[in-house]
Design a protein around this ligand. Structure first.
Ligand code: KIV
Length: 263
């Protein structure tokens, strides 16, 4: 059955929600077939797939292209597209128009954007215009120049701000909230304080769901690996082994064998 924002929201308090990123049709198909209910086309694809240093280089065109590829591979999961840097910050009219393109042109079911209470007005407007929104607070990679990649909400004032941001975004109509890199106790208290599911990444086991970046959890990204990543497979190493074996067989003329050859 196709996942919708309201069905996902209704999972809060009933069952934990697993989520993964995907950036192409092949991976999206596999994630969907595994029964993962939420697939994020995260702008982390700027690093994992496109080779940029940060997510700041990711454009609306990149994200539309990858979101459409993911949507083509998905039957059941909710497909959420990340709004990239500078596509929702300039003004709300531009943000609504850009967000709409993800649903209208790329087949997304919802968008995600970073930021706290300062984005609540925009979230409300998007939702009123039929665009479901997943919010994202804590470590927000699009603010890397201002915040770096540090755990957020450690000091009392910062923790209070994260809590009031979470409430403002839930009140504005977000259907879920990503909590990235913050103390587990804070994530748990936010989770109990708001009526929408929290999806944690580096936010401990007390969240309503968890998300990992697919390339990180499969061992396919050799850049920086944060403490919160668990590698469930080492596909990168398996690919290297396969490439070496193939190159060797071509060099020694053992590939192609007769069974790979037409008479
Ligand atoms: O871009 C991304 O992959 C994300 C997740 C880390 C939540 O925003």
């Amino acid at each position: 059955m196709k996942m919708t924002p309201s069905r996902l929201r209704a999972l809060k308090g009933k069952e934990p929600i697993p989520a993964l990123t995907a950036s192409d049709t092949a991976n999206a198909r596999l994630v969907d077939a595994a029964g993962i209910p939420l697939i994020l086309v995260g702008d982390s694809l700027g690093m994992t797939v496109l080779g940029y240093e940060t997510t700041l280089s990711v454009t609306l065109d990149h994200m539309l292209h990858h979101t459409a590829a993911v949507a083509r591979g998905v039957q059941n999961a909710l497909v959420v597209a990340d709004m990239p840097f500078m596509t929702y910050q300039v003004n709300d009219d531009e943000a609504v128009r850009n967000a709409g393109r993800f649903l209208q042109e790329a087949g997304a079911d919802a968008v995600k954007l970073e930021g706290g209470a300062e984005r609540a007005g925009l979230v409300r407007r998007l939702v009123q215009n039929g665009i479901p929104v997943m919010a994202h607070i804590g470590l927000t990679p699009q603010s890397v120049k201002e915040l770096g990649y540090k755990v957020q909400g450690r000091e009392a004032a910062a923790a209070e701000k994260m809590k009031s941001d979470a409430k403002a975004l839930a009140d504005a109509g977000a259907f879920a909230l990503v909590l990235e890199a913050c103390p587990a106790a804070l994530a748990e208290s936010i989770t109990t304080a708001i009526p929408i599911p929290t999806i944690g990444i580096g936010a401990g086991a007390g969240c309503d769901g968890q998300i990992l970046v697919l390339h990180d959890m499969l061992g396919m990204f050799s850049g920086f690996t944060p403490k919160f990543v668990k590698k469930y497979a080492d596909i990168g190493e398996q690919m290297q082994t396969a490439f070496h074996e193939y190159a060797e067989e071509v060099r020694t003329r053992t590939f192609p064998a007769p069974k790979h050859t037409y008479d």
